[in-house]
Design a protein around this ligand. Structure first.
Ligand code: PLP
Length: 394
């Protein structure tokens, strides 16, 4: 399926006056390492070894080091990483897992695939992440909760100390959904190493994206890592002997080779995203005093020591009109996410209603993600900021 937000697949908006600025243009990034990645791909093709093996092990070792953890286990996608993490903790029917409704579908989808029940807690105003203040209340009402699954949305970490402390007092596990947050830091510690397990996605639009689907689970516990390695090959540690019912969810050697090349560039790309975010924030602050400004820039929580800006997401008045105006100017944007999960038809049997999670519901009407990829030049950022300023002036 064509990805409507990626430049190579984006239909140009009607008669833009200047070159379009897509939400993401991966072609620019690719140009910087195409020869290197070509050689890496050729190496795999020459070996004709495509599933797991040395390429995957080499990438896992580098990725574990990058995330500051003992183990990284590659798998087929971020969605599978979440499912594998739940299975590794033996979470299943009769169990509940507490997460947020303001996230990508897979966070809660994985809980259902594991046979457990998602329980939602609202996000806190400002950070887009799990409200640890409300979590205590939710855990009291849900004694069957076996794990907490906070999401580091847009590349910024949830308030992990508060969440981990509540989990510790209840004796339950924490799984980080770090799909959007590779390299993000909470009080100087990297996402993926903050809890029992961390789940990553290498979907092409992520800061570290594969040439297709890919994912990874991180762990410090040797026993959990061993179980994850078995679970991704149907639950087998010895060929044709199965201790668990696992999945077929492996990282391809080709994707691992690509990711190993790209990982070398990741910090530079993250700096580019941070630079762009700072530029936007400066430009939007110039629009006026905070209580008059029609857009709210992403707030940096004090514990967030390294935001990696997978997305730069504003909260805006007249969001849909603004988005329409930007589209007419050839500027790509996206709404992550327009309908919170507790209001999705497929989760109707969980019994939630409109009004249950007011922050998530309000933000679903206000959020707008802007182009933030590292190769954007300052004049392009200014064009986006100017178009937004012009919209609110008109
Ligand atoms: C927060 C979150 N969780 C999970 C996933 C699932 O990852 P994947 O698309 O690799 O399955 C994504 C991907 O967009 C995500 O953003």
């Amino acid at each position: 399926m064509a990805h409507p937000l990626i430049a190579s697949e984006m239909k140009t908006a009607k008669k833009p006056k200047e070159a379009p600025i897509p939400l993401l243009d991966l072609r620019k990034q690719y140009a910087a390492f195409r020869h290197e990645v070509g050689r890496a791909i050729e190496r795999v093709l020459d070996s004709q070894y495509f599933i797991l093996g040395e390429e995957v092990q080499a990438f896992e070792a580098r990725a574990a080091e990058y995330c500051g953890v003992r183990h990284a286990v590659g798998c087929a996608s971020g969605s599978d990483a979440l499912l594998l993490a739940l299975l590794a903790l033996e979470i299943g029917p009769g169990d509940e897992v507490v997460t947020v409704p303001f996230t990508f579908f897979a966070t809660a989808g994985a809980i259902v695939h594991a046979g457990a029940k998602p329980v939602f807690v609202d996000i806190e105003p400002g950070t887009f992440n799990m409200d640890a203040g409300q979590l205590e209340f939710v855990l009291k009402r849900h004694p069957k909760a076996r794990a907490i699954l906070p999401v580091h949305l847009y590349g910024g970490c949830a308030d992990m100390d508060a969440i981990l402390e509540l989990a510790r007092t209840k004796g339950i596990a924490v799984i980080e959904d770090a799909a959007q947050a590779i390299g993000s830091e909470y009080k100087g510690r990297r996402a993926g190493g903050l809890a029992e397990l961390g789940c990553f996605s290498f979907f092409p639009s992520k800061n570290l994206g594969a040439f297709g689907d890919g994912g990874m689970v991180t762990a410090n516990d040797d026993r959990l890592a061993e179980r994850l390695r078995a679970l991704r090959v149907h639950g087998s540690q010895t060929k044709y002997v199965y201790d668990w019912v696992g999945l077929n969810s492996r990282l391809d050697a080709l994707q691992a080779a690509v990711l190993r090349v790209k990982l070398q560039y990741l910090d530079g790309w993250t700096e580019g995203r941070q630079r762009n975010a700072a530029h936007y924030t400066r430009r939007f602050q110039e629009l006026g005093a905070p209580d008059e400004v029609p857009v709210v820039t992403p707030a940096a929580a004090p514990y967030q020591t390294r935001h990696i800006y997978n997305q730069y997401t504003l909260r805006c008045q007249r969001r849909d009109e603004l988005r329409h105006a930007l589209t007419a100017e050839g500027i790509g944007t996206e709404i992550y996410y327009p309908l919170p999960l507790h209001l999705q038809k497929c989760f109707a049997d969980l019994g939630y209603r409109a009004g249950d999670f007011p922050v998530s519901e309000r933000y679903a009407h206000e959020v707008l993600s802007l182009p933030i990829y590292p190769e954007l030049a300052e004049p392009e950022l200014d064009r986006v900021a100017d178009a937004i300023a012009a919209f609110y002036r008109s």
